[in-house]
Design a protein around this ligand. Sequence first.
Ligand code: ADP
Ligand code: MG
Length: 390
Amino acid sequence: MNIHEYQAKEIFRKYNVPVPRGKVAFTVDEAVEAAKELGGNLWVVKAQIHAGGRGLGGGVKLAKSIDEVRHWADEILGMTLVTHQTGPEGKVVHKVYIEEGADIAKEFYLGMLLDRAAEMPVMMASTEGGMEIEKVAAETPEKIVKVTIDPTIGFQGFHGRKLAFGLGLPKEEIGTFIKFASALYNAYMDNDAEMIEINPLIKTGDGKFLALDAKMGFDDNALYRHPDISEMRDLEEEEPTELEAKAHGLSYIKLDGNVGCMVNGAGLAMATMDIIKHEGGEPANFLDVGGGANPETVAKGFEIILKDPNVKAIFVNIFGGIVRCDRVANGILEATKITDVNVPVVVRLDGTNADEAAEILKNANIENIIAAENLADGARKAVAAAKGEL
Ligand code: ADP
Ligand code: MG
């Protein structure tokens, strides 16, 4: 689960990770009020969406007067912000963060995530702040310093020094930086975060470190022990079909292709996506209908997959282990009665009672249900069907 910048900064404050003063606003009037309360003569109006690259997309604006705050808040609230992370359809901005303008002397990057290979969290710093870190990693990887941190010993001075030396900080700033990084480590560990990104981390004219941007993502499986963080969930930022699927016990993730996938088991779902790509197609989604695969879940699965207008064919790939294939076949037939399935459906059922299932589907004689011999055949047929070649 991801949260907004203003929420991440709230958490930072709690852990003594220095951030500029700021207030969230849902309307233009609230934005103006927030700027007045903050005082000073320089503010930044920042669109709050779950995506980076807001500055380049026109979602972060500097204001030198209250009138300019009003102007930019009016401009940004309600706009559809397109950044390299939102996809071409962009995201509608429902709130802005009004923050005091900072005096930027230098910009750095500081981030933390879980290094699955090392089985430890890793903290990364770079002098190339403000840039896309993916670009830095691809083009000048030597400009990123990394330390893996063994959670049994926690964040130590030597971790901080390695990062500080990598950033080329002068001796007198190292202590302040270590305090900053150590506070960040606590914010990450205490909250079961998966990712923290501060881009840019700045040094101000008077030598202080400040997190100017803040992104945080959390391990969904640990949210149950962080009710305060669960409450930060912003449903407006999440894919509506993904939420609907979750409410029905299905794990669904929308993708960009045109072959809808209905599969039981996450591993088989991944393999199905791979083989569709292998056959030259693009999966439209990941969908794990779980172990049950009864008519209701299958019908709901069809309904959710078909909400995506890109879907031109559906590949049902179900392995009958605990659930018998004949039951699934009947489920599919039932489901086509509940939901209007208007694209070709390629069905591969294997495992317990696969022969009976094939018989059931054949006898039903429904025009847009196409039987597959095996996994590869199914993928081939689904890709061809999506191209209109079947
Ligand atoms: P994004 O990464 O989504 O573009 P940022 O929060 O990093 O959003 O803001 C973009 C840029 O705007 C920053 O790199 C920084 O130069 C500037 N900026 C952001 N917040 C402030 C602030 N409080 N004071 C001054 N400049 C800011
Ligand atoms: Mg940024």
